[in-house]
Design a protein around this ligand. Sequence first.
Ligand SMILES: [Zn+2]
Length: 61
Amino acid sequence: MLIATLICSDEACAEETEVVTPDLAALDVAACACGCTLVVLGVSDWTEARLPAVRALAAAA
Ligand SMILES: [Zn+2]
């Protein structure tokens, strides 16, 4: 899974959102709530992003 950071293409909106997707091709149809298209700012790997959080939870328990 991938985590994509998206931003609205409308400068007046500029809403940022994160989307978890197995396939970047799915982001082609992503749209902001305002109706404008979303532009990909960056992509992170879900597994790498999750590991530190999992370890932190285990340590706290
Ligand atoms: Zn928007």
